[in-house]
Design a protein around this ligand. Structure first.
Ligand code: SAH
Ligand code: SF4
Length: 404
């Protein structure tokens, strides 16, 4: 993370990650430019058609190991293994929930770091076609430290490289092919803050949407940010037509300072300005995500503040019930409170949807599985963290009037 974007006053992570192991020097195939691969094949005296075969294996078939490069002679496969990794995901454990409609993967990388991706399948309904959305991680851990987020609890590990991001998507393409389904959407909403790894995230998204590589439509890719203004402006200048999602979570400054610590560096007004510039450039609605936390940010007063903030903007609000995580003193809002909040926004003319939380029983909130594997933080540290959050949120709520 660049020093100019480190949020001030953030609390230190509850869990210290184990030191990472050595990196594997072989690059992941999906991150290597096509012309380099072509040269590599030519240097080995391979016929021209091998390049197309290799590209088909990597992108269309989403090969996970050199054994799956079925059209390649054995010797070439082992030469390839000496130079590249067919996948950068060293090991993957999958857990299913929602009758198999949600699948969560915990991936181990070459240096032992753990990241997560989630597959959410939505059966066809009425005129809507079936969808299969994959949520991928952009960093191991995250430096922003939102107190309701399990990834925030881990602190920052490292940026993921292009192949590590793309390989999460390729992993699910092959898995879905096994059940006769197609991957339709990719969201950068797993572990990490994508726009604090902007160069590599943009390169990964380009690979995912390149017709010669993964080939998904740009509108089917969503990048979610806690509000990194320079990264949002970079997206605007490149105009890639991705869907931009902004994690709002509070419309009132004092409360957002607590819920999204990056707000102290990039306050709501600046974030909305950057979101508007993106919406103007792409003519596409920005999604505002809002995690519903009982009696913290879900009052009618909060709904009115959100409506005031977003009126006359190209905006869509997505309300997400908070997935409970161990270190917070907070609870998810009830369905009734969430529905009332949604109704109030709609009355004010704001397009609003309520997202049903997928895979709560397998810890599908971002970072939860990796946090569980990292071990429970000391109970005294959890108690102190909870106390601090109660004090901070009470102070923030005291700063503006509350209507329950
Ligand atoms: N760092 C980026 C993207 C990853 S987080 C961001 O914050 O936007 C993706 C989404 O999951 C964010 O909207 C985040 O606020 C939400 N999220 C994190 N922890 C959650 C929890 N415990 N319950 C529900 N949503 C959560
Ligand atoms: Fe990082 Fe997003 Fe989690 Fe906040 S919600 S800690 S920005 S991953």
């Amino acid at each position: 993370m660049r020093s100019d974007t480190v949020p001030e006053q953030r609390v230190s992570p509850l869990i210290s990650l184990p030191p990472a192991g050595m990196r594997d020097a072989r690059p992941g195939l999906s991150g290597v430019p096509a012309d380099e691969l072509d040269r590599w094949l030519t240097d080995r005296g391979q016929p021209a058609y091998r390049a197309r075969q290799l590209s088909d294996h990597v992108w269309s078939a989403a090969a996970q190991s050199s054994e799956q490069l079925s059209t390649f002679p054995q010797r070439l496969r082992s030469e390839l293994d000496d130079t590249f990794r067919v996948t950068t995901l060293a090991q993957t454990d999958i857990t299913a929930a929602d009758n198999g409609l949600t699948q969560k993967a915990l991936h181990r990388l070459d240096d032992g770091r753990l990241i997560e991706s989630v597959l959410m399948r939505y059966p066809a309904r009425g005129w809507r076609r079936a969808r299969a959305t994959v949520c991928i991680s952009s960093q191991a851990g995250c430096a922003v430290g939102c107190p309701f987020c399990a990834t925030g609890e881990l602190g920052f590990g490292r940026d993921l490289d292009v192949a590590e991001m793309v390989d999460q998507v390729r992993f699910w393409r092959q898995w879905l092919a096994g059940v006769g389904q197609r991957l339709t959407n990719v969201v950068f909403m797993g572990m990490g803050e994508p726009l604090l790894n902007t160069d590599l995230v943009m390169a990964a998204a380009a690979a995912i949407t390149d017709p010669q590589r993964f080939g998904l439509g740009a509108r089917h890719v969503t990048i979610s940010t806690s509000g990194v203004v320079p990264g949002m402006d970079r997206m605007t200048s490149e105009r890639p037509q991705y869907t931009l999602a902004v994690s709002l979570h509070a419309a009132r400054q004092e409360l957002r300072d607590v819920l999204v610590p990056l707000n102290r560096r990039y306050p709501i007004g600046e974030v909305l300005g950057a979101a508007d510039r993106y919406a103007d450039a792409t003519r596409r609605r920005v999604t505002y995500e809002y995690v519903m936390i009982d009696s913290i940010n879900d009052t009618p007063h909060d709904a009115d503040a959100v409506a005031e903030l977003l009126k006359d903007r190209l905006a869509h609000v997505n309300l997400i019930p908070m997935n409970p995580v161990a270190h917070t003193p907070w609870l998810p809002s009830s369905t009734e409170r969430t529905d009332l909040f949604a109704a109030r926004l709609r009355e004010a003319g704001i397009e609003t949807t309520v997202r049903r939380n997928r895979g709560v029983d397998i810890g599908a909130a971002c970072g939860q599985l990796a946090a569980d594997r990292a071990g429970a933080p000391p109970p005294a540290a959890v108690a102190r963290r909870r106390e601090l959050l109660v004090i901070q949120s009470a102070a923030a709520l005291g700063a503006t009037p509350q209507a329950q």
